[in-house]
Design a protein around this ligand. Structure first.
Ligand code: AMP
Length: 299
């Protein structure tokens, strides 16, 4: 079993209160794809420009990511820049240069169309629809999003939510979508939009799942120092889908463990700029943190 990951492939310039790092490998598909690769083979769909550094392609390859679906456009790679406040939670976007992303249409290579596990990482909902239109009866589809699409493409997004099995968003997006301050009330409203599984991410406070089997409250792995949380949400859902695609049994019987694996994978992401933290993870290190989190939450 492999995971199909579709999303943005970007160059990220990130500013924190103590450091600044230009043109790191970023994008929702890069973070999610590398995270998922610790659990399962990954097929990726995205677009980069001619300026995309060779070393980043090599990084994908080192993680055995299938790049047949990675388009190389005539122009510059999508460039995003963000700045964090002292608390390392609040972030503002400084710049978005769409480049080749502006005219991107995600074409799926034929061999991708029968993938069972599909992660529609954060991109415009119209593009996420386009991916689903090309799929042949996938087993489990999860979509992620961001505030931008709630602001400018709400209709498309609501239609997409109806088409997926799982929908993942953060707490402020859930509030924006439902007008509910209470996370459980928000989960209920999002369920009514269609998906069987809804996960609300709460940054360093973990995440909450609402499913046919009830709620699950998943902690974040306790870190003493966050270097750069960019992509933590993407790594969470990447790890989750990677684990699910390889686990035996039903989604219901595996999704809680999958969230804990997602949470642990995201913790590695926060320990370095761009993907520098995530690439230092390993299956063994992930398992150790999983066990630690298990001990921390047993009562
Ligand atoms: P997160 O920290 O999980 O919100 O994800 C951050 C990633 O989202 C960065 O690597 C960015 O390159 C990517 N990103 C930022 N803006 C967009 C956008 N409009 N569409 C797709 N991806 C984006």
């Amino acid at each position: 079993m492999s995971v199909l990951v579709v999303g943005s492939t970007a160059l990220d310039s990130i500013k924190t209160p103590t450091a600044e790092n230009p043109r790191l490998l970023g994008g929702s598909a890069s973070h999610a794809g590398v995270a998922a690769s610790y659990f399962a083979p990954v097929k990726m769909v995205g677009v980069v420009g001619k300026d995309f550094p060779r070393r980043y392609i090599n990084l994908y390859k080192k993680h055995a990511i299938d790049l047949t679906g990675l388009q190389i456009g005539d122009g510059k790679t999508f460039h995003w820049s963000g700045e964090y406040e002292l608390n390392m939670n609040n972030r503002r976007t400084l710049l978005t240069e769409l480049g080749v992303f502006e005219h991107f249409t995600p074409h799926l290579p034929d061999q991708y169309k029968s993938s069972n596990f599909v992660l529609l990482a954060n991109i415009a909902p119209a593009l996420q629809h386009h991916v689903l239109d090309q799929m042949r009866r996938p087993k489990f589809v999860v979509a992620d999003t961001m505030d931008l699409w709630l602001n400018i493409a709400l209709d498309d997004l609501v239609k997409l939510i109806r088409r997926v099995d799982g929908f993942v968003l953060n707490d402020s997006e859930a509030h924006q979508l439902t007008n509910e301050d209470n996370v459980f009330a928000a989960l209920k409203k999002i369920h009514q939009l269609g998906p069987k599984y809804v996960i609300i991410k709460k940054g360093s406070h973990g995440s909450i799942l609402s499913s046919p089997k009830g709620f699950f409250i998943c902690p974040a792995f306790p870190l003493h120092k966050v270097v750069d949380p960019t992509g933590a949400g993407d790594s969470f859902v990447g790890g989750l889908m990677g684990y699910l695609s390889r686990a035996r049994g039903s989604i219901d019987s595996n999704i809680r463990k999958a969230m804990v694996y997602g949470s642990v994978t995201a913790s590695f992401c926060c320990e370095g700029f761009g993907l520098n933290g995530t690439i230092k993870a390993s299956t063994e290190k992930i398992k150790l943190r999983y066990k630690e989190l298990e001990k921390l939450t047993r009562f």
